[in-house]
Write a protein that binds this ligand. Sequence first.
Ligand code: NIG
Ligand code: FE
Length: 430
Amino acid sequence: MKRPIFIRNASQLITLQGSSLAPRVMGGMSDLGIIEQGSVWIENGVIQDIGKDTVLAAKFKNRLNDADVIDATGKLAIPGLVDPHTHLVFAGSRENEFNLRLQGASYMEIMKAGGGIYATASKTKAATYEELFQEGYDRLNQCLLHGVTTVEAKSGYGLEWETERKQLEVAKELNQRHVVDVVSTFMGAHAIPKAYQKKPDEYVQKLIKEMIPKVAELRLAEFNDVFCEKGVFTPEQSRKLLEAGKEFGLIPKIHADEIEPYEGAELAAKAGAITADHLLKASETGLYLMAEKGTVGVLLPGTAYFLMAESANARKMIDIGVPVALATDCNPGSSPTVSLPFIMNLGCLKMGMTPAEVITAATINGAHAINRGREIGSLEVGKKADVTIFNVDNYMKLQYLYGVNHTDTVVKHGQVVVKGGKLIEELSLS
Ligand code: NIG
Ligand code: FE
């Protein structure tokens, strides 16, 4: 039996209580459920009790000596951050393209010339399973150090079955062996492979008839994503791919309206996608449809920043009722970062969100974006004990003191995995 953990006396304990069934929208995104001088009693990986320190200390007074106490005096404690959009498993890096883009080349030009996603696909194909696992493992350690306790991970650097499968199997093993939870998405529809450039529909058929059924049969993913973009997959091809996934129980997600408007938001709402991601160029009609359907908008301001594009209009989306989540989009081309706190800062400064809204977007709404709203994303009795403690005394300071990693302590599933801003190495393998 693991010893209980007692997190004590946080200057602000952000609970976000009461949001397990649906993502927060509009004014609800600012209602953080803050307990001042708040404490959490954790047992068997689960939150057993939560409230004012004085109340919990009295309740558990006979058991205080049995528990490992974390003193959070003067600190901010929030639900472990959830990153609902990453391309976690890949090989290599693309700083050469970064350099080219700084000199005026565009992301799509580089991709059309055979770089971009294709460059990472060849490196990922050449990498061994073990190499990919190690890269992914190291990246997950970095996530933890930034307070992130759950990530979604997409395939899509294979574009042929063997490599797609390798990526998904690596993600599955990472989920089993690393303390961070990894939730998988199949994204064979990330680019049209070069051999199919003149016959894209044949690749779409290959995905529908061969790969999607195998992903489902081998239980390698929960979600099915497509890059719906001019020059990549059309809205009609995207619709067919998402519908095919649904038949095999894969929940639709979509990279929508990232570089040009392409009715991606509309498609997301109509196809019953759980999220539409990016949305820089989404139409007003599309956004209203998403609000009506409750489709979560997963916004990736790190990608806009890194591609030097204008960010999505989060302010407008929140004001019309779209549930908004934030993610890193961690990938070697358009957003090579694991720092969700940095993305939250961009949410404030580039997308008109408030410090309260970005916390909701990076916790409970992120959890709903990957269908985990009942288990994680808020601090409530019965939920998984994933808690991040930052070295600031209030949530506004987390964004105000920008560019610094404030992560102090991370508790993952009732286990202390980061202490004093450092990984506890022997515990990082579960
Ligand atoms: O979400 N948009 C498509 N895919 C990624 C980029 C992948 C890459 O450039 O390697 C994205 O931005
Ligand atoms: Fe992406």
